[in-house]
Write a protein of this length. Structure first.
Length: 693
């Protein structure tokens, strides 16, 4: 990171350069606005809605950047706040601060402004600066983004554009209610994993992002770097930017900035913001990246005349009081229900199981058996994901016993359905089929179209395994009709996937591709990342069967990238093995095939290790070790020896753990990596184990 004195911020803002501002929540914190930043809001939500015993761990997830604002808000919306009233809090303030007036001035001068904020303060600043309402265009909905995708065209027509990339509860200029689009955005971001950019989740914004960045310098303002899960990946793929200037807020600063250029070859341990900028530089080496450390408000006060009409009345919102008046208070069971879902989203299964056991105990005390049935079914889901199918079946059976007594047909159907899935995983297809048929019968009785469709697909899948593809095809078509009748687009995409899979089994590749293309189009529209990956996987299979290996690889690699985004590691393992097999047997590239097998084994080993299944983890790591030895990759060999040592350590086999750690450290020393962070950890493990052996 190189200190720069030749970049003049005042000249940058008020010179000839074309600018695009990307504005985060930090811009609305200062007086008189005083709106809460993301972490303050999340902390208040956690304290109001979540179980006391879990708050510390949730706050830890928040401060580490894992738990995102949108993810938390979506969970609260699902259980307590269907109409997303929690976001209305941001509309309580009508007093813009100097940053909002500065941004309004930038818009008036022809610069572009995008904001991820839910407040209306930039719009109010434009109004209070004398801009007529008919000239102000907040861009919020899908139709807005399609219509106003070229900001230069509309500026030339005299319009002042403000792009609200995360949506808004309403358009205060036209009084149009836009919360529906906001809910869709929150759901999309809340249900997806880290690593997505704005137009991956919402493709209709892609044209805007290309037009709004072309030939411009991008100024990021109001971002801490800790909650920018979608903005940062977006910055990595924006095209034709000249510079990125990240303004990093310093509280204790007089408004005189310190400017650093990020060159991408920094050797010191980077902080969060530097790491973001280094990652961007490594993606686009031609772009110039600057970090400006400054108190933003004091900087703007120094270079921009404070408007005489800026209010001096500070807005003060007591978050707890506001929540109490506007958001339903959750009972103890709901509080644990919220937390267990968050834990499940992060694969924190032991924590989720602890909360579900708490729900079961509370339900027993409060005599609410329906909650017990639900909790046992959720436990079963976790066990199934862990590959513990027997435990999953036991939990499902517990739920089934309760729902049979309470005559809760919905939970009973759920139990039957997932018993079928577990039994199928245990290769007991005929018994599984009976449970799917039982679930189907109940869902016909209660007229659950979606439930019927799911069971029809699984029964069809079993029939396909038996070679009865014609019968399976009819069931999948019936399932498609159910989804179409219910208007469930996600289900329609799933039906097209099942149909494509069955058509592949019949050798009808052209018709299969048509169905899979239909599914892909819907999943892109619905932002279903894992669904898209599943489709690319099947398309890859078709091209591989047709011996078009280039297209097969392209689709397999697309699927891998998407599975990475949603952390679907078990599916990633299967594709890596497919690619490895294709390289070895079809392309004759033995080395690359082995490399892919090794990567798959490594992931499997990590999964089993995390689950505490040490024998299976050890088996995978030792198989991977044999492969890297064949490849002569000493660095990877050291890594797997370290992994094997960790398993033996966890098992209490300290002599064997020490032997593997020492061999790993010897190799790292041999190849000149003894000073690496991994080597330091291994050395620490060696020192601690020598006292025990």
């Amino acid at each position: 990171m190189k200190y720069r004195t030749d970049l003049n911020i005042e000249k940058l803002f008020f010179g000839q350069e074309k600018l695009t501002f990307l504005v985060g929540a930090g811009s609305s914190v200062d007086k008189p606005s005083c709106l809460p930043d993301g972490h303050t809001m999340m902390k208040a939500i956690i304290n109001y809605t979540c179980a006391d015993s879990e708050k510390e761990k949730l706050l830890g997830l928040m401060t580490s950047g894992k738990l995102r604002f949108e993810q938390l808000v979506e969970e609260i919306r699902e259980r307590l706040d269907k109409n997303l009233k929690i976001i209305d809090l941001y509309g309580q303030c009508k007093n813009p601060n100097i940053q909002h007036f500065f941004l309004a001035d930038m818009i008036k001068k022809g610069h572009y402004v995008m904001t991820a904020n839910f407040d209306y303060l930039i719009e109010y600043a434009l109004q209070q600066s004398g801009v007529p309402d008919e000239e102000i265009i907040p861009v919020i909905t899908e139709n807005d983004f399609m219509t106003y995708s070229n900001p230069n065209e509309w500026f030339e027509k005299g319009k002042k554009m403000l792009y609200k990339v995360h949506g808004s509860p309403k358009n205060i200029i036209t009084e149009e209610e836009t919360k529906k689009s906001l809910v869709a955005t929150i759901k999309a971001f809340g249900s997806n994993k880290v690593g997505l950019n704005v137009f991956q989740v919402e493709p209709f914004k892609k044209d805007l992002f290309e037009n709004i960045s072309d030939g411009r310098s991008l100024i990021a303002i109001g971002y801490s770097g800790s909650d920018d899960f979608d903005i940062v990946p977006t910055l990595k793929v924006l095209k034709n930017l000249q510079n990125i200037v990240w303004i990093n807020f310093l509280k204790d600063n007089d408004g005189n900035e310190k400017i650093f250029e990020i060159e991408g070859n920094e050797t010191e341990e980077p902080d969060k913001i530097n790491q973001i900028l280094i990652d961007i530089k490594q993606t686009n080496k031609s772009i110039q990246l600057y970090r400006v450390d400054v108190n933003v408000t004091k900087l703007i006060e120094r270079i921009f005349e404070v408007p005489g009409h800026m209010s001096s009345n500070t807005v003060s919102i007591n978050l707890l009081d506001w929540f109490t008046k506007n958001i339903e208070k959750s009972d103890e069971i709901t509080k644990y229900g919220i937390v267990q879902k968050i834990y499940r989203d992060f694969d924190m299964y032991s924590d989720a199981l602890r909360c579900l056991d708490k729900i079961i105990n509370l339900a027993e005390i409060l005599k609410t058996p329906s909650w017990k049935a639900i909790a046992f079914n959720r436990k079963a889901e976790i066990f199934r994901k862990q590959g513990k199918y027997t435990q999953s079946l036991n939990a499902l059976n517990n739920s089934l016993n309760i729902s049979q007594k309470t005559n809760d047909l919905s939970e009973k159907s759920f139990s039957f359905h997932y018993m079928g899935i577990c039994l199928r995983r245990l290769e007991k297809n005929q018994i599984a089929k009976k449970f799917f048929e039982g679930s189907l019968q109940i869902d016909r009785q209660i007229n659950s179209l979606i439930g019927q469709a799911g069971s029809l697909h699984y029964i069809g899948g079993i029939l396909s395994d038996e070679g009865k593809n014609s019968e399976a095809l009819e069931l999948h078509k019936e399932a498609l009709e159910k989804y179409e009748e219910s208007g469930d687009l996600e289900g329609i995409a799933q039906s097209c996937w099942w149909l494509g899979r069955t058509l592949i089994n019949q050798g009808n590749y052209n018709e299969a591709l048509k169905r899979l293309d239909e599914a892909l189009e819907i999943d892109i529209q619905l932002k279903k990342v894992e669904g898209r990956a599943d489709i690319h996987n099947l398309i890859g299979e078709i091209y591989e069967k047709q011996k078009d290996y280039n297209m097969a690889l392209k689709n397999y690699e697309d699927a891998l990238m998407l599975y990475d985004q949603v952390r679907a590691f078990s599916k990633k393992v299967r594709i890596l093995k497919n690619i490895g097999r294709m390289y070895v047997y079809s392309l004759g590239n033995y080395r690359e095939g082995l490399r892919r097998y090794e990567e798959a084994l490594q992931i499997e080993g990590i999964i089993y290790h995390d689950q505490g299944n040490y024998p299976e983890a050890l088996k995978r790591y030792e198989e991977a070790l044999q492969i890297v030895e064949q490849l002569g990759d000493l660095s990877r060999k050291a890594k797997f020896l370290n992994n094997i040592g960790s398993i033996y350590k966890d098992q209490g086999n300290y002599p064997e753990a020490l032997r593997n750690y020492e061999e790993s450290f010897f190799i790292l020393n041999q190849i000149g990596e003894s000073g690496s962070q991994v080597a330091k950890i291994i050395k620490k493990n060696i020192d601690s184990l020598r006292d025990k052996v």
